[in-house]
Design a protein around this ligand. Structure first.
Ligand code: CAA
Length: 389
């Protein structure tokens, strides 16, 4: 009999600040319906000057360590597409901040927003090899587009930490997976740029093509039929994308695509992404957190996942909520992470957006802004310095 492996715990963190789309719309003259209805976004998380993917990742992981300890964790897989260093893994800073033992392997993974799903699948492979071990998977991203560009309204920031192991308390991850890769230039960020470049229309088409390809492979690998799923968690660059994606999938499968059918499948998964914005690698797992926090009992009822990373790679796979999973949720902490954010004026947002770390190799302190558990206190000799608050 095969062993049950999957997500044993899930915790997330998001930025210190929030920009309401009404504030952005007032600045750029956009009708608010385009944001609230057209793309399905209400607000976006904005990191403080002393927050980045490391502080967010550590803040997401710390509660997991507090609950489960470190004794079984021998691997940390850190997925991001807003990396801070071309050589050193952001996970090594997190490893130190959250007090993991030196007997750990740590690595950073990248394939746009898909990276965390690669990490989850690799983690499952490691646990299958040695079921005594657990793997800490961290997905952490800050999404940044040019000011006044179409992508600006889809920015966001968050980190999700997942503990992967045997007999998972939250969700068993099933075989098979459906896979798809295509060499496309829909969204990318060259090494010399802070902000991503994107071909908006091409990116939506590429996402839908990848969904179709991954689903087709999933069915060819003997996956479940669409009627078996209680819900679908999609990568959500903006929440309306989940609607477009599910409609596309139902259409492809020759099913009814009316509003109620789509809403029943994805409605609960969009609650956190709608107010946090695009968190790239973390987005699909914020969808899972929102679903589990709000749905009636889903024990034993399959949930479909579509992870998409521009460029592009996609994977469709299934998770099944474990008996008693509701006793292990972090619903209150999740809601608090969102409600504790401080609203920004447009001018405050713009000044944070325009900030970048000095590159002269000198000693520079960062303004103390975050009320989170970890902060980037400064940069000295090109080295980032992190502190526990
Ligand atoms: N009331 C209601 N709806 C309105 C409206 C109003 N007043 N005004 C416009 N709308 C609707 C439009 O009809 C449109 O709806 P449909 O898509 O259903 O046709 C929607 O609002 C958006 O309008 P536009 O297409 O005119 O908006 P835009 O030109 O500003 O571009 C975007 C939208 C392409 C998503 C842009 O925000 C963008 O480039 N975002 C970044 C790229 C992205 O997120 N791509 C997604 C796939 S790639 C991926 O998933 C990876 C990733 O994370 C980046």
């Amino acid at each position: 009999m095969s062993i049950s492996i999957g997500i044993h715990d899930l915790s997330f963190a998001t930025g210190e600040f929030v920009l309401e789309h009404t504030t952005l719309a007032r600045h750029n003259g956009t009708q608010i319906g385009k944001y609230h209805v057209g793309i399905g976004q209400e607000s976006m998380s904005v990191p403080a000057a002393d927050e980045d993917i490391v502080t967010l990742g550590a803040a997401a992981a710390a509660p997991v360590i507090a609950r489960h300890g470190t004794s079984r964790i021998r691997t940390v897989l850190f997925a991001t597409e807003s990396s801070i260093d071309q050589a050193k893994s952001a996970g090594v800073y997190v490893h130190s901040l959250i007090g993991l033992p030196s007997q750990t392997r740590v690595v950073e993974l990248k394939q746009a927003c898909y990276g965390a799903t690669a990490a989850l699948q690799f983690a499952i492979g490691l646990v299958r090899r040695d079921p005594a071990q657990q793997v800490l998977v961290i997905a952490s991203d800050v999404s940044k587009y040019e000011l006044d560009s179409p992508g600006e309204a889809t920015q966001g920031a968050a980190a999700v930490a997942m503990l992967v192991g045997v007999n998972p308390a939250l969700m068993r991850i099933e075989d098979p997976s459906g896979l798809f890769t295509a060499d496309v230039m829909d969204f990318w960020r060259p090494n010399y740029r802070d902000a991503a470049l994107v071909d908006g229309e091409e990116s939506i088409n590429a996402y839908l093509q990848a969904l179709e390809g991954a689903w087709k492979d999933y069915t060819e690998q003997d996956g479940r039929s669409p009627q078996e799923f209680a819900a679908f968690c999609y990568h959500q660059p903006f929440t309306k994308m989940a609607t477009k994606a599910h409609r596309h999938l139902l259409n492809y499968c020759g099913q009814d695509t009316d509003h109620d059918a789509v809403n029943a499948a994805i409605g609960l998964t969009t609650a956190y992404n709608r107010v946090i914005g695009n968190s790239y690698t973390a987005s699909v797992y914020l969808g899972l957190a929102a679903l589990l926090d709000q749905a009636d009992d889903l024990t034993g009822r399959p949930v479909g996942f579509l992870s998409y990373g521009s460029g592009s790679v996609a994977e469709f796979f299934t998770g099944v909520p474990a008996a008693g999973y509701r006793d292990h949720l972090r619903t209150e902490a999740n809601r608090a992470a969102i409600s504790r954010r401080t609203p920004l004026s447009y001018a405050q947002y713009r000044s944070l957006h325009e900030r970048s770390l000095p590159t002269d190799g000198g000693d520079h302190a960062t303004p103390a802004q975050t009320t989170g558990p970890f902060r980037l206190s400064g940069i000295s000799g090109h080295k980032r310095i992190y502190k526990t608050c």
